[in-house]
Ligand binder design. Structure first.
Ligand SMILES: [Zn+2]
Length: 410
């Protein structure tokens, strides 16, 4: 091994060079109870044995508790106010259009992954869905591909000529538990083969959207992951596990979704189509949640009484908090130029929609489970080794995981 370079400073935070391979796993939608209940059911023997002498903490994710803002916070070490990615989807005021935020041009800072690759570290990133791949891999040299498009990899673009052939698995459906299993299977093969210094694995929450913690399907999914954790640890890696967000049932006692249709209310108050409701959960893969989450942002017409509308929205049954742009960006550390005039967050078991006519719920084959709100902010932060001098005087964030795993592992 060549001599180690100095610590790296990325986005104002200092990171030590990994002493052994580091595998950071972002388990999509992993409410802390999934792991607790799977361990209690005996489905995660590796973690059950490793955690008592390792690091077993809770952390807060970024609100909106969605996939892209949190994955980007984790790999940059900073909140959306710094990296710019505050949803899967947003209203681009400059372009006057609602657009997906999965293009690296929306990213306002570099990643820890890119910085280490530039310093000579060997990097690998495997994601479940392709929507994250270009953001996570931005500026990074190394392996970076998605399970979803593992059959389309090229050495030039993805750092691996045959991503699909790596595992021997068939190409998984984008709506399947196997899509996440592929990520781990590829991770194990990469660790055995090119042995990256740092590897980032990101799964999909297909299972968590359908199955509650402790249910047989959830426990089976976590048992699958535990088997790979054991293999990755057995290959000598430090294993650091967190989540992008939690997950909650969004239904009433009868199992029907509880939805506040914001556009319908605003149409009645300020005129049809004059307010624009943006649901940042929206992406091309909405079948399992109908684009319904617990966070929305609203752009109002110029003559609107913002404070009056804020109070009216806040008074709706099932609403947790409605803030104006300034207050929302301060509280949730969001970029003001990518947030509407108001931010609405619904209660734990309630989601926010646009208008009733615009949500197709026919694809929901199980009672709605979703995320996006403050109620899905608590996530696990687990490391298979003890950490020392970890900040005890403040709440941990999921985007502290590289700091903990690189700077504080004993
Ligand atoms: Zn997610």
């Amino acid at each position: 091994m060549s001599p180690r370079p100095d610590d790296l400073v990325v986005n104002g935070r200092r990171y030590a060079w990994p002493a052994r391979p580091l595998v950071v796993v972002c388990v999509d939608g992993s409410e802390p109870d999934y792991i607790r209940k799977a361990i209690a059911a005996g489905a995660m023997p590796y973690l059950a044995a490793a955690l008592p002498s390792g690091t077993d903490r809770l952390a807060d994710c970024v609100v909106p508790s969605f996939t892209n803002p949190n994955n980007l916070s984790i790999v940059t070490g900073v909140p959306p106010s710094a990296h710019g990615i505050c949803g899967n989807y947003f209203f681009d005021r400059e372009a006057g259009a609602e657009v997906m935020m999965n293009d690296p041009r929306y990213l306002r800072c570099g990643t820890i992954l890119a910085a280490f690759s530039r310093a000579g570290a060997r990097l690998a990133v495997v994601t479940a869905k392709d929507k994250l791949r270009r953001l996570l891999g931005h500026g990074m040299r190394g392996v970076c591909f998605s399970a979803e498009k593992a059959n389309e990899t090229t050495l030039a673009e993805h750092g691996v000529a045959d991503g699909l052939g790596l595992t021997g698995m068939a190409l998984p459906s984008v709506y399947s538990a196997a899509l996440s299993e592929f990520v781990f299977a590829a991770g194990v093969k990469l660790l055995e083969g090119i042995r990256p210094d740092i590897m980032y694995l990101s799964t999909t929450d297909y299972v968590q959207h359908k199955h509650a913690p402790g249910s047989p399907d959830a426990n089976a999914f976590y048992r699958m992951m535990d088997g790979y954790y054991a293999k990755l640890a057995g290959l000598g890696a430090t294993l650091a596990i967190t989540a992008d967000h939690g997950m909650n049932a969004k239904t009433d006692a009868a199992g029907q979704p509880r939805i506040i249709y914001l556009q319908d209310h605003l149409d009645a108050w300020v005129g049809a189509g004059r307010a624009r409701v943006i649901l940042p959960i929206t992406d091309p893969y909405v079948v399992h949640h109908g684009a319904l989450g617990s966070f929305a942002t609203v752009y109002l017409p110029g003559d609107a009484e913002i404070e009056d509308l804020r109070r009216r929205l806040a008074a709706l049954a099932g609403m947790e908090v409605v803030l104006d742009r300034t207050a929302a960006c301060r509280r949730f550390e969001l970029p003001p130029d990518r947030v509407g005039d108001l931010v609405a967050v619904s209660e734990r078991h309630v989601v926010l929609g646009t208008s009733r006519a615009r949500h197709d719920l026919s694809g929901l084959d199980a009672p709605l489970r979703s995320h996006g709100g403050i109620s899905e902010q608590t996530v696990p932060l687990l490391i298979n080794r003890p950490t020392v001098h970890a900040p005890a005087d403040r709440r941990l964030r999921n985007f502290d995981i590289f700091d903990l795993a690189l700077n504080h592992v004993a």
